[in-house]
Design a protein around this ligand. Structure first.
Ligand code: CTP
Length: 417
């Protein structure tokens, strides 16, 4: 396959070398088109040696072969990594003032871009609007992810790993994006903020003991990964996770229901809120300051519990324009009864979507296969079964489609600046 790799002028330009190498080793004919600024970050000899093809940023080199359009016309795939705020703006507005611009305009090949910039730049309304324009035109946006940035700062804006960008681009051309591992959802969440709670809250009894539940956080973590792959800026509120948080999502660690509620409320205006955490409905009333001995407990101790707030209902029932998604883990064996119970819960909580899954002693917990139905007020809108990673992608796809189907006026009031 003939792949054009565009490189724009950011420090992440050096990582383009890894993507080029991977594509060449994969047997592809790679043509590199850097911008003038990119060549200040990475040398032409490196790009020529790795791609095994001549490299120029000049529209007026090799004019006889009409290079400024030929490269684009002959390309099967174009990947721009890194895509700076400036290049994204130029692409969104159709600028053709350099070889990369003309190449992209002259092409009908799928275009994949991997944004990289500082968090403040990425969150700027102008950048988000340009990204949304490109996404609406069918451009695939991979990342950015959270992590170490150029200086001492870290946050959302780091370029997705070159191998991930290449994998997403090749999956797109192969027509497998969103359907196989590793993949992304077909409907983009680029420019959207998604906050997901995962895991199980613990309610302390004393400094060493707690009341808890069996949730591992695997489903919430898989959802965070799927939402990240769909292009969203993801925050994971993790309650006592048994599984590692994925790269490229912002992690807020909490332990109790009160802490989880506070973290979710702080992000209540995100475009999508997903309550996948197993939240303790009750906390211990009168937590002991010191570790209580058996002598203090006595022969037949009792714990007095107090009710915790319903976080999902609180988020769903406020005045809002975003999408609120709940989960319901049910032990009901009969499918019709399960859906009936789910619909009643959806209405009671006031959420937009409810993901109903079956749990039991052998079903639903940890890294095992699972089976879910996604409900909205009209009934079941999606069903998925299998490994949590693939089920999570189906759920995020249902979320993205629900969001895309909403009129623009119901977009979140708190757009990134
Ligand atoms: N949830 C919540 N706050 C709580 C309890 C649950 O936000 N205090 C959320 C869960 O994260 C999940 C949804 O509500 O998204 C449904 O959880 P579930 O435990 O099934 O709800 P309950 O209201 O506790 O239902 P039940 O009476 O069946 O236990």
């Amino acid at each position: 396959m003939r792949v054009v790799v565009g490189i724009s002028g950011g420090i992440a330009a050096y990582k383009a070398a890894l993507a080029i190498r991977e594509l060449v080793l994969g047997g592809h004919d790679v043509h590199v088109v850097p911008t003038a600024s990119a060549l200040r970050f990475i040398g032409r000899p490196t790009l020529e040696a790795l791609s095994r093809n001549p490299v120029t940023d000049e529209v007026f080199d090799d004019v006889a072969s009409v290079r400024h359009v030929a490269l684009g016309q002959q390309a099967d795939l174009i990947i721009v990594l890194p895509a700076t705020a400036n290049t994204i703006a130029k692409l969104a507005h159709g600028f053709a003032d350099d070889l990369l611009g003309t190449t992209i305009l002259a092409s009908r090949a799928p275009l994949v871009i991997a944004p990289a910039m500082h968090t403040e730049m990425w969150e700027q309304a102008s950048v988000q609007a340009n990204v949304a324009t490109l996404a609406a035109r069918g451009v695939t946006i991979v990342g950015p992810v959270s992590g170490q940035l150029t200086g001492s700062d870290s946050g959302l804006g780091r370029m997705a790993e070159p191998a991930d960008v290449v994998a997403a681009a090749l999956a797109l051309v192969a027509g497998t994006a969103g359907s196989t591992d590793p993949g992304s959802t077909a409907t983009s969440l680029a420019g959207r903020s998604v906050v997901i709670s995962a895991g199980g809250t613990r309610e302390p009894i004393d400094p060493v003991r707690f009341l808890g539940n069996r949730s591992s956080g695997a489903m919430g973590v898989a959802l965070a990964e799927a939402a990240r792959d769909a292009g969203a800026a993801v925050t994971l509120v993790g309650a006592n996770l048994h599984v590692p948080a994925p790269d490229g999502v912002a992690l807020i660690e909490v332990e109790t229901t009160a802490q989880l509620a506070e973290a979710m409320e702080a992000h209540a205006s995100a475009d999508v809120l997903v309550m996948a955490a197993a939240v303790a409905d009750y906390r211990v009333d009168g937590v002991s300051d010191g570790k209580r001995s058996k002598e203090e407990w006595g022969d037949a101790p009792t714990l007095t519990l107090a009710q915790n707030p319903d976080i999902l209902a609180g988020l769903a029932q406020r005045q809002r324009q975003n999408l609120v998604v709940g989960f319901a883990a049910e032990t009901e064996a009969d499918d019709t009864a399960l859906i009936h119970r789910g619909r009643a819960k959806l209405a009671r909580k006031g959420a937009d979507l409810l993901v109903v899954n079956r749990v039991g002693h052998d079903e639903g917990f940890g890294n095992v296969a699972t089976r879910v139905s996604v409900l909205d007020a009209s009934g079941v809108i999606a069903e998925a079964a299998g490994a949590k990673a693939s089920v999570a992608r189906e759920i995020i796809e249902a979320v993205a489609q629900h969001l895309a189907a909403r009129p623009a006026s119901t977009r979140s009031t708190e757009e990134p600046r």
